[in-house]
Design a binder for this molecule. Sequence first.
Ligand SMILES: O=CC(=O)O
Length: 327
Amino acid sequence: MEDQKLPCVLIDCIGEKHGVYEEHVEFLKEHFCLITMKEYIENKKILGKKIRAIYMWYHKPVINEELLQSLPNLKIVASSGVGIDHLDLNLLSRYGVKVSNTPFIVSTDTADLGMALMLASSRRLVEGYQMAVSPDTEYFPANWLGDEVSGATLGIIGMGTIGYKVAERAKAFEMKILYHNRKQRNKEEENAVGAIYCKKIDDLLRQSDFVMLAVNLTPQTHKLIGKRELQLMKPTATLINISRGLVVEQDDLVEALQNKVIKAAALDVTYPEPLPRDHPLLKMENVLITPHIGSATKKTRHLMMENMTESIQAALTSLPIPHEVLL
Ligand SMILES: O=CC(=O)O
């Protein structure tokens, strides 16, 4: 907390494991008086009235009704990333608080990660690395094989900005691209990447060598992929999830992997995150897991921070908010 002339913005903390990055703080402090949760808790009565925005960096601080009640002048919650499943939009709207997120910025990186997971899983990069560096390795076995990505069939579930960027990349890998979308088809985009629309998700599941989940988590996509859907997939297929863990019924996925109903899974997201250290998904050779890093590049995270700053400034000066999330 410093310059009291600037609008007060609540953040969770600086640095530490999940806080606002030290390198972003300098920029933020040019525009806002940052108040950490710790400072706010120590001086709720005075600071509560001053706070006008919450800078929600990776779902922190957690917002509940008690917090909202004690921030009477709160105008906006600027949330990092694209997913807003961690926010209760109805509750925020009841308190007259606006919400923004940072879509589009994250799409390229998240699509890149989807490709990385597909390639790493199919070519067994993690196992290969372990073999290459192991002190027990005496020779490289010639029969240690993976599967091809180039030329294989990729089924994208959720052709939003991220799904489309995955398709653009997959085109360069000469993949056959299928997709399923709940919203209307965009034939121009479809033609540009040579993607084939599957009206029924089941058709996509049956035909794909790789099924990539790129949907938002909503009541309609909650546990979209369960036992029935996994059984429709090829026994040689891989499930890749770059959206949210809760899009998959995780216990069914574990069972499907254990019983070789599908070949493998590559997951950037699970539930909970991180998984308990004794979770079966962490022990399977056919599972590759990354720690929810879809948008985790320096450039993207910096752009997000700038974008959140713009949204807060707009809300506090009653200008249209870039990327306002509407109920
Ligand atoms: O998960 C990341 C995001 O929602 O952008």
